[in-house]
Ligand binder design. Sequence first.
Ligand SMILES: NC(=O)c1ccc[n+]([C@@H]2O[C@H](COP(=O)([O-])OP(=O)(O)OC[C@H]3O[C@@H](n4cnc5c(N)ncnc54)[C@H](OP(=O)(O)O)[C@@H]3O)[C@@H](O)[C@H]2O)c1
Length: 211
Amino acid sequence: MKIVVFGATGDTGIPLVKQLLLQGHEVTAIVRRPEKFALSDKHLEIIQGDVLQSSTITGKLAGKDAVLSALGGSPRQPTTVYSDGMKTIISEMEQAGVQRLICLSAETLKPKEETSLTERILVRILWRVFHHIYRDMQRMEKQIYQSNLDWTIIRPPYLTNGAPKGHYRIHFDKPVPNGKGRITRADLALAMTDQLKKTAAIRSIAYVCAN
Ligand SMILES: NC(=O)c1ccc[n+]([C@@H]2O[C@H](COP(=O)([O-])OP(=O)(O)OC[C@H]3O[C@@H](n4cnc5c(N)ncnc54)[C@H](OP(=O)(O)O)[C@@H]3O)[C@@H](O)[C@H]2O)c1
């Protein structure tokens, strides 16, 4: 498939691009600073674009099959990279007739009733520290629900840079029961890539964690 990746230079974006290439996809990475992107492959196209400057994304999704987003904003400052970024991505996908969207969010956005008593304290602390990010992610998710795209929102727990295990647990629309509160970015990349083949994942929130 012809896949566009946003956030390709990030800690999750890099393993994501590698995993997509490994699985035989043609990848277009839209990045702010192409000169800083270390990956190269004959099936990887790197083009410049900033999702907060919508004109730089215009027309770049034409002819593609799917968009994967591993975008992230700075944790402690107000950000609109999720909401304004996704507004641009959705608009461009609609213009180009690209239907499939797989987008990273965070497990911390799960509803209160899905959060155990012990988790609640941690979630409350995380919200206090990272509220700028989570509020903007909520705005992003809302736009995605309201779109007519074939979307999958992936809500991972704490991300680590450990070695990939090559497997993971995934549940749709409900958190993974007794899930481990972490996953490696490499396994998350595998989980995101796998969803391209799964129609069951469409218009669903996927919760993932280490196996
Ligand atoms: N850390 C955790 O434990 C955790 C847990 C759950 C969910 N998450 C979420 O998972 C996602 C990925 O995390 P990560 O650690 O891989 O993030 P990261 O390393 O901070 O990567 C963020 C990516 O977004 C790109 N980006 C930011 N602003 C952009 C813009 N205006 N236009 C285009 N690209 C832009 C960055 O590009 P540049 O290289 O140009 O900056 C980078 O490639 C984030 O949304 C994060 O909030 C994280």
